[in-house]
Design a protein. Structure first.
Length: 455
């Protein structure tokens, strides 16, 4: 395993080192006193410039003094100076404004098309070995959380600050997803709220089926029948494909409850020209009975009956205790107290949403929608309230977050567990430690106390 990881690191060595060099240059984390170009000229970094992510040089608007002349322009970063030719920069007009070529290894001089030499700074001898070793140790680690054993060296204030920012990044990413879905909902926030809640009532295993159900049944139809519990249940179970007379499930249902739902749905289906999703989309594998589709569909139906306006009553509800009260009082039809699946009676059991399920709805539906609407409306208070909801909600425990909980990462609220999920998917899983703010701290901490002060 270690050999395989080492081979992958070797194959990607160039890319990884170049990005590491960009980070070191950006933050001036190297001994930048007494710098000299490869041809012996004195170099003083007044400003490293701003990192540029589009096509062209890596850093724009840098200010560099070379001997006694101050240059303002661009900086290009490479592992080897010969990469300039390998990337064909000599043919690209965008690189004519480069005033300094920063490389790890100067293996050749670089000349522009106009025969002018580009000043080159070789960093190899200015970067301490212990910092590179720390970076190598992280990227070669076989641990799912490469920096786990180094967490204790990070001050708690630094850690909480990093994770809070990571949680906001996750909300921003979710926001973009919600904005894309909003377009599909014709910019209707009520429809968006309905679809988002539906997806999250699927709790991953059945999220796709719930999403297709919501797409097949517009929220405005639900609202037209909001005063009828029977009709809402009929619409939801009917569109779920569980009431059609030609399905095996429907044929086996002889109880009075489902007979009423089927009769009501037959009328509503004809009225609105509805087409149900295939019943076979619902997954029962690896699910505990309390998570079976029938129970979740009943809970979702009850929520729709209890809330006449999902967006205003759930998303714009400023009182978190009111939300708790509302979700805790979602008690499906009594039929589901003796059934986990349609037509199969069981012993009496609770049918309402559990605490963990409610918390996941806060985390995955309420907070992201509130944050997105805050951005959409320009209301920063709503965005702050979204963060407060995450801070007041217990951290979730799943197969990813538990990888972090082995180490002393903070996990006393959902704002941290959400940050850890973002951390894992964007950095830990990809071993991109140099891009991760925690990895950056670990890599540079050994050297940080010895670094020269910024000029």
């Amino acid at each position: 395993m270690i050999f395989k990881v080492a081979c992958n690191i070797f194959e990607n060595k160039k890319k990884m080192k170049e990005e590491l060099l960009q980070y070191l240059w950006q933050h001036k984390i190297f001994n930048h006193n007494g710098l000299r170009s490869t041809d012996g000229r004195d170099i003083h970094i007044i400003s490293p410039g701003m990192m540029h992510h589009d096509a062209g040089p890596d850093f724009k608007q840098a200010v560099i003094r070379i001997n006694d002349i101050i240059w303002a322009g661009d900086v290009e970063i490479h592992v080897n100076s010969s990469d300039w030719y390998r990337h064909h920069h000599q043919k690209d007009e965008k690189y004519k404004s480069v005033v300094l070529h920063v490389v790890y290894n100067a293996d050749m001089e670089i000349v522009r098309n106009d025969k002018e030499y580009i000043p080159t700074l070789e960093l190899k001898n200015y970067i301490p070995e212990d910092m590179l070793e720390e970076y190598k140790k992280l990227t070669l680690s076989t641990n799912d959380i490469p920096c786990g054993n180094s967490v204790t060296s990070i001050p708690s204030l630094t850690m909480t600050s990093i994770l809070s920012a990571m949680a906001v990044d996750r909300l921003l990413r979710r926001q973009e997803q919600l904005f894309r879905l909003l377009k599909k909902c014709a910019d209707d926030w009520s429809e968006l709220t309905y679809r988002t809640l539906a997806i999250n009532f699927g709790f991953k295993i059945n999220s796709t089926a719930f999403e297709m159900l919501a797409q097949s049944l517009p929220y405005k139809i639900i609202q037209r029948h909001g005063d009828s519990r029977l009709q809402i249940y009929a619409l939801i179970f009917g569109q779920a494909g569980l009431l059609q007379s030609d399905t095996e499930t429907a044929q086996t249902l002889t109880d009075e409850h489902f007979a009423k739902l089927r009769n009501e749905y037959d009328y509503l289906r004809y009225k609105y020209k509805l087409t149900a999703i295939p019943a076979g989309l619902w997954n029962l594998l690896r699910l505990r009975p309390k998570n079976f589709p029938g129970i979740r569909l009943a809970q979702f139906s009850e929520l729709l009956f209890s809330c006449s306006d999902l967006f205003n009553e759930l998303i714009l509800n400023e009182n978190i205790s009111n939300l708790h009260h509302l979700f805790q009082n979602i008690r499906p039809h009594e039929y589901w107290q003796t059934h986990f699946q349609p037509g199969k009676a069981t012993r009496n059991h609770p049918a309402q949403l559990g605490k963990d399920s409610i918390n996941l709805l806060y985390i995955n539906s309420i907070a992201p929608l509130l944050f997105a609407f805050g951005s959409f409306s320009g209301n920063e208070q709503l965005k702050s309230h979204a963060l407060e909801i995450l801070e007041d909600t217990p951290a979730e425990s799943n197969h990813i977050t538990r990888k972090f909980y082995v180490y002393p990462f903070p996990h006393d609220s959902a704002i941290y567990s959400q940050a850890l999920l973002e951390l894992y998917s964007n950095f830990c899983k990809k071993k991109k430690c140099y891009s991760c703010p925690i990895g950056q701290y670990v890599v540079t901490n050994l050297y940080g106390s010895r670094a020269s002060p910024p000029a």
